[in-house]
Ligand binder design. Structure first.
Ligand SMILES: *Cc1c(COP(=O)(O)O)cnc(C)c1O
Length: 462
């Protein structure tokens, strides 16, 4: 299995190298050269299997010879052992023909654990075999950082540094990053906002001397292995509702387009998905693009669903690559236009292709509060603000096909918004009850590249 870049000129890589590299050298994103398919019989045979077994069968062809069957099975077993629900991704029924896929039973209570826990084990196994170490640096507005720290803490082959904007993440999110006591974990509170964190991260990757010296690696959602891990729960949930004999639809709260892109891959692999619905908050660039064909960035407006407050939706590049017939030069040109002018227009043909695949909807702040309140009253289910956006958009796409909405975080991760909507302050699950008793360990850092690089060099030398 070979991986190629969406911009057409970076070298082809194996699964292992694509995973360890993250971003391609031509600025593109890695995708499989071909998407392996599963037959109806293969999909039917997933019925009744454990989540881990489904994960093995769905992901195995993408991994190639990077791992043997038994190594890969062991990696999967370790990745999901820390989840608090035996089904890993259970379905609950919200209403007639409407189901909620609960993706928040991992250690940091958001769906990012599905990919990050797997990637932690994949990195550890690959690096141990190579006898190498890497330095992972990530920027976060909250969920990615806590999931990454949880996945990499205590692993020998990595140091993990997470930059978060000082004072701008929720208490639960901050504590999830600052309370792990392992010495390879470094939570850095940067004096600035999320864009400053991401800016410094990019500067570090572009400082090639530093990048090579510390062996910098990235685990943000453009890493192919993260998309791959997320393909699995589309299969597990569809099969529980009768696939491949019965079609299903999905609605996905979307920011960086990673999670819904995984649904698109599941469909290409042969899973009979009817609709794939993109749900956005007021930062609705994806919804506007599908409506108008113009991908135009505007400033980010902070919302009560902060993990979807994104204006450049990185993984959308992978969908564009396919919509343009896998023409890397055409994608590179669009991305150049985006960089220089803040926008590009999708060609008529490509736009039609995208509209055939994806529907979309946008939800305001007020509607988000109302949806949380309404579903609590009607079903007793407490939705996090991101999941509520999915549920609201799903309502307008329901029909005879079962609709599965992805619940991307536990409500206790966003207690203020949930309390405002329902009057109930959602409690953390008992296994996390001591989060507020633990000691915090955090280093405040200035918004300065030189100072950050010095700190990272010193820490990894120890
Ligand atoms: C990251 C995140 C999202 C958005 O996922 P993408 O893959 O970026 O589209 C939605 N909800 C929550 C809770 C998240 O943490």
């Amino acid at each position: 299995m070979k991986y190629i870049s969406t911009r057409g000129t970076a070298p082809e890589l194996s699964f292992e190298d694509a995973m360890l590299t993250g971003l391609a050298r031509d600025g593109g994103l890695y995708v499989p050269a071909e998407i392996p398919t599963m037959s109806q019989a293969d999909i039917a045979a997933l019925a009744g299997c454990s989540y881990e077994e489904i994960a093995f069968r769905v992901m195995r062809p993408f991994v190639g010879d990077t791992f043997t069957d038994s190594e890969f099975a062991e990696i999967i077993a370790k990745a999901y052992a820390g989840f608090s629900h035996d089904a890993r991704a259970p379905l609950v029924q919200l209403g007639p023909n409407h189901f909620l896929l609960e993706l928040f039973h991992g250690p940091t209570l958001a769906f990012k654990d599905f990919a990050m826990q797997l990637i932690g084990q994949l990195f550890q196994a690959a690096l141990a075999r190579r006898g190498e170490r890497v330095t992972i640096v990530g920027a976060t507005s909250g969920d990615t950082g806590s999931a990454a720290i949880e996945a990499f803490r205590g692993l020998d082959a990595v140091d993990v540094f997470i930059l978060f904007p000082d004072g701008r993440v929720s208490d639960v999110q901050r504590r999830q990053m600052t309370t792990p006591s392992e010495s390879n974990v470094h939570a850095l509170a940067l004096d600035g906002d999320f864009d400053d964190c991401q800016g410094k991260l990019k500067d570090m990757f572009n400082d090639l001397t530093f990048r090579d010296e510390v062996r910098l690696a990235g685990v943000n959602s453009i890493n192919w292995a993260r998309v791959l891990a997320q393909v699995v729960y589309y299969f597990s949930s569809a099969v529980s509702l009768g696939a491949p004999h019965r079609k299903v639809s999905f609605t996905v709260p979307t920011g960086n387009f990673g999670d819904i892109f995984a649904g698109y891959i599941a469909k290409k692999m042969g899973l009979p998905i009817d609709k794939l619905v993109i749900a956005t908050n007021q930062n609705d660039i994806l919804h506007r693009t599908l409506e108008t064909g113009a991908y135009t960035t505007q400033g980010v407006t902070p919302s009560i669903s902060p993990s979807m407050d994104i204006q450049v939706s990185s993984n959308f590049e992978r969908a564009l690559f396919d919509a343009y017939g896998r023409d890397g030069a055409a994608v590179a040109q669009l991305m150049d236009e985006l960089k220089s002018g803040g926008s590009f227009n999708v060609s008529q043909g490509a736009l039609q292709g995208l509209r055939d695949l994806f529907a979309s909807g946008r939800v305001s702040e007020e509607q988000t509060y109302d949806t949380i309140k309404d579903y609590y009253a009607r079903t007793g289910e407490i939705l996090c603000p991101h999941s509520a956006i999915g549920v609201k958009v799903a309502e307008s796409h329901q029909g005879v096909t079962p609709m599965i909405t992805l619940a991307t975080a536990h409500p206790a991760k966003f207690p203020d918004a949930v309390e405002k909507a329902t009057g109930q302050r959602p409690a953390l699950p008992p296994r996390m009850g001591d989060l507020f008793a633990k000691e915090e360990r955090v280093t405040k850092v200035p918004n300065d590249l030189g100072a950050l690089e010095t700190l990272i060099r010193e820490r990894i030398a120890k």
